[in-house]
Design a protein around this ligand. Structure first.
Ligand code: F6R
Length: 236
């Protein structure tokens, strides 16, 4: 486990972008595992800046996102597909057909989970997975549980997650109650994993997850066992 403590969100975003950019340069057709939420917005801005400066080429890069709300299609502004288009894909030369976000509107969600899992394996697995962390230790939408979910699956969201995510919606009632997410096993198969956490409110969970015991009650704690895991955090 490599740990970098930085002093600002800007520095965190630059550090994360450095790590991702290195993978893109070394392997131009790499598979990037991507996340949504507040944490990666600065990282995506940095990647866009480097693309605009001619330092990065995404034309052969593939991407897979961690998760999506059940019931929202990609044209819905709250969907994670929409978030990715607006915060990254529309600003770089990645080919849209090379970007993958699980479908939240499949009429066979079980089949969609299986398709997504097989698709990730079929394109050779994830070279680097970017993650944020929830206040309860969730990664993707893998909430605290009695065991670590292995594969892509549908989850009922915890009240705390619904509350935290309601900041992106007009009303808390509009926050979907279910999501489709890569499993912990799916995430752990990534060749490299990079988790970014910023803000004083993340201190407690970062300490619990990475300096405490590994337990499915704190899903992110399993990352301690990953052979190539990097944590970048700032608590300002
Ligand atoms: C997002 C995701 C979530 C977030 C987590 C932290 O695709 O899977 O696990 O990474 O909820 O969210 P922020 O960054 O908004 O604090």
């Amino acid at each position: 486990m490599k740990i970098y403590e930085v002093s600002s969100y800007e520095e965190l975003s630059e550090k994360a972008a450095d790590i991702i950019a290195k993978v893109v340069k070394e392997k131009p057709d790499c598979v990037l595992g991507l996340a949504t939420g507040s944490s990666p917005v600065g990282t995506y801005k940095e990647l866009i800046k480097r693309y605009e400066a001619g330092e990065l080429d995404f034309s052969n890069v593939r991407s897979v996102n961690l998760d999506e709300y059940v019931g929202l299609d990609g044209s819905n502004e709250q969907s994670y597909r929409y978030f990715m288009d607006k915060n990254l894909f529309d600003h770089i030369n990645i080919q849209k057909f090379n970007t993958n976000v699980p479908s939240g509107i499949s009429d066979n969600m079980h089949g969609e989970c299986e398709r997504y899992e097989n698709m990730i394996n079929g394109i050779g697995g994830v070279d680097i997975q970017l993650l944020g962390i929830g206040h309860d230790g969730h990664i993707g939408f893998n909430e605290p549980a009695d065991n670590f979910p292995v594969k892509t699956h549908v989850v009922e969201l915890e009240e705390t997650t619904i509350r935290a995510n309601s900041r992106f919606f007009d009303n808390i009632e509009d926050v979907p109650k279910r999501a489709i997410t890569m499993g912990i096993g799916t995430i752990m198969k990534s060749k490299k994993i990079l988790l970014i956490a910023s803000g004083a409110d993340k201190r407690q969970i970062v300490e619990k997850a990475f300096y405490g015991p590994v337990t499915p009650e704190v899903p992110a704690s399993i990352l301690q066992f990953h052979p190539d895991f990097t944590l970048v955090y700032c608590f300002n």
